[in-house]
Design a protein. Sequence first.
Lengths: 339, 339
Amino acid sequence: MVTIKEVARRAGVSVATVSRVYNHSHSVREETRLRVRRTAQRLGYSPHGAARSLVTNRTYTIGVLLPDLYGEFFSELIRGIDQTAQARGYHLLLSSARSQRESLEAALRSMRGRVDGLILMTPDLDAAAAGRSLPAGFPVVLLNGPPSDAACDSFGIANFDGAAAIVRHLASLGHRRIAIICGAEQNFDAAERLRGYRAALAELALEVDPALELPGDFSEAAGHVAARRMLERAVRPTAVFAANDGMAIGALSAFREAGVRVPEDVAVVGFDDIPMARYVDPALTSVRVDISELGKNATDRLLDALAEPSPRTLRHHTLPTTLVVRRSCGAPLSGGAAR
Amino acid sequence: MVTIKEVARRAGVSVATVSRVYNHSHSVREETRLRVRRTAQRLGYSPHGAARSLVTNRTYTIGVLLPDLYGEFFSELIRGIDQTAQARGYHLLLSSARSQRESLEAALRSMRGRVDGLILMTPDLDAAAAGRSLPAGFPVVLLNGPPSDAACDSFGIANFDGAAAIVRHLASLGHRRIAIICGAEQNFDAAERLRGYRAALAELALEVDPALELPGDFSEAAGHVAARRMLERAVRPTAVFAANDGMAIGALSAFREAGVRVPEDVAVVGFDDIPMARYVDPALTSVRVDISELGKNATDRLLDALAEPSPRTLRHHTLPTTLVVRRSCGAPLSGGAAR
DNA sequence: GTGCCAAATGTAAACGATTACAGAGACGGC
DNA sequence: GCCGTCTCTGTAATCGTTTACATTTGGCAC
């Protein structure tokens, strides 16, 4: 592999000059610059990232630590992060932390000297402590986690409001027995959606019935199972709120198999508004969350902090959600098909 | 940030000893090792990746360069890659190359000294040359690209066979006018699926009719549009093969809106077998491709090459596909619902 | 010719680790 | 007591850059 020394020798200059050509270009004669560039080109030289990082203490890389890498949620999130990072000249070091604690700390350690900052997704309630195991002063943005006492910014989505909006919408359509298929246990988003569901029921003076709260884990299969269990009941709910679209779609298929019509016999709504939602039958009413925007915002915030490392005020940002009404909830659709 | 020197000083040893504790642990007295470990722990030390890479010439990072980061295909692929890489102690440097040429080369340059090897996905037909712009001898694995003359391994999926199998299956159900909704232009997978479709038609002595080959781009919307265009025709196909599941699902929704029954009036099949496929209505017949396995294989191959850099024989690997029959094609289902 | 200034370039010390090599004890055999 | 050997530890060179500082060069005013 050709180094800066080699280029310098072949171009008849010192390494400092070559270096200057590749960085702030002032103070290099045009003729010299050209000669260096041509020589480098000919030799196929490009600067060695690690060596550069060592002396500048900048890697132009941000670490992204996610709980797992499954489904459209994550591809959207990464897309948003990558887009922003790339636009601002940063690389992405990606990792998923399967077994929470030990592996999380290990992952953090192994990123020392490889990244300038970190985007950390800690959806588990007990992972809140994660931020604390970080070296103090290291730039970190937390994603979708419970409010943490760690000294860093955090981003989340309006789970509570979105869930409440869904419930209010269903109630406005006349539903009184509204079930929920919960998200993964220990998951913060899931907990907030459940809390929003309960709060809205209370606000509407509807009964909060534990029997209407079915367990789930965000998978299509879980939605399918939950719907089946509902059908076995003597008294069925008239509406079902699945804590994400995947489970809603699983529930739809279970209802279809059982000959239960949606939305006539039971209304179904989801959460997230994944691209697929508008293509299932019936088209799924959901809560729109711009996941890639979430990634974008988190990345912007992190890169801002990197650029200007003054002690800025820390904040928790909440991304708003929008109700998207389609056929599955049985509402009259204004102006034809929902987009 | 605390360095190895600091740890050495505080532990009363030389930097060499600290280094030895962190690497091959032989030749350090147990008592010394413990003292060093404790000191490091107390100071919150962890080795600096860039410095380490500089001298060892190993980054334990592999670069992953993809055309974009959209949809379940990519999240599955990345999942497979990450899983394998992590298990073998490697990090992932992820990047998407939007505008092909210039950005591709730029991305490659900027990875010099940051990665030990590269997984490069070049689905575009004209990107075949990409491999050639790489420094010779740099370990690279190509993914889903056209056969390249570059000196590196490549992995792909059995697009041709999968498409042919789909067509044969439809023909065996009595279909004679089988349409295809093509994938993105210039995309190698798309081209191969089209080729497989045509070959199977020829083999079955069915007419290859350009009017039955509709353009698409792998998006749900494209499938929707293509299906609408079919419905406008005087003579409609009796079966539609969409080059991926997303487009098949878009087509399903268009048919539903038009009151055309699937599979009674028209059979629909897809490709990829994304998780969603079994939950749409009717459940979608598709061609199963284990995307995460693809990522896994490519990564294993790359890491093997890194471990043993002898000039191994280069190969092109093709991942087999399986036909998954569900309701949308109208075939009699053996043994109840397809898994 | 001399002195001064600015621009262009070179010299060499970092950066934080790894590792070849050397040195220091300890021990045992003679 | 001497020497060889083995185990543990230290010294210092090295990796490929950046960059503070020094040096050279040429032009220009005097």
